[in-house]
Design a protein around this ligand. Sequence first.
Ligand code: HEC
Length: 203
Amino acid sequence: MRRITIALLALTALLSGCYRGQPTEKPPIHIISDMDEQPKFEAQDYTTFFPNEAVMRVPPAGTLAREWLRGDSAFYTGLDPTTLQPIVQAPVNVTLSGLEQGQGRFNIFCAPCHGRTGDGQGIVAQRGYIPPPTFHSDVMRGYSDGHLFQVITNGIRTMPGYAQQIPVVDRWRIVTYVRALQRSQRASRQDVPEDALRRLQRK
Ligand code: HEC
């Protein structure tokens, strides 16, 4: 009987030692460590191996992250690389599919405030946001494409920037679409193709 009691007590002690969830200061028992523990450095670590005692290495001068070669600075900034003034014309070919892409992006990102026609009467403006100016004033029409690109990229005064949401090429497509909107609001008879004019006159 005594032996059984001792054995039971020993077993209880043993099992309680393995009780999961019990707080302990000691590192967990790790019988098969797989590759959990490796001799390696982690980001921001300290080392005596390198003279500056930092584990992280400074990339050699001129190193660029993949796909970050931005040699065509006018395309990426909207500024002339020598004068640093906004470029007059968007550095993209204006095609119908490009304009349609610009229209889609404009209707998603700009129309909520500026309205689908660019009159500044978007739903957000109607509900109390600072009303944006119409795109159809002489001042707006006089802006260079580079200026519009800069506004989309960096924002201006009370308008937030959209560089994070809109890729560079789409920003240019939006610019060309804004130009199309501006033309559409001040089109003359000469802007309507002959066959379309005939169709309109028949109605
Ligand atoms: C959150 C609302 C909002 C959105 C979205 C928005 N804008 Fe604006 N935008 C404004 C406001 C407000 C102003 C007036 C800024 C000021 O003068 O304080 C403005 C001004 C402008 C101007 C005039 C800049 C100048 O030099 O006076 C342009 C051009 C413009 N926006 C283009 C765009 C385009 C293109 C988009 C889409 C990519 C866009 N905005 C998205 C609110 C918005």
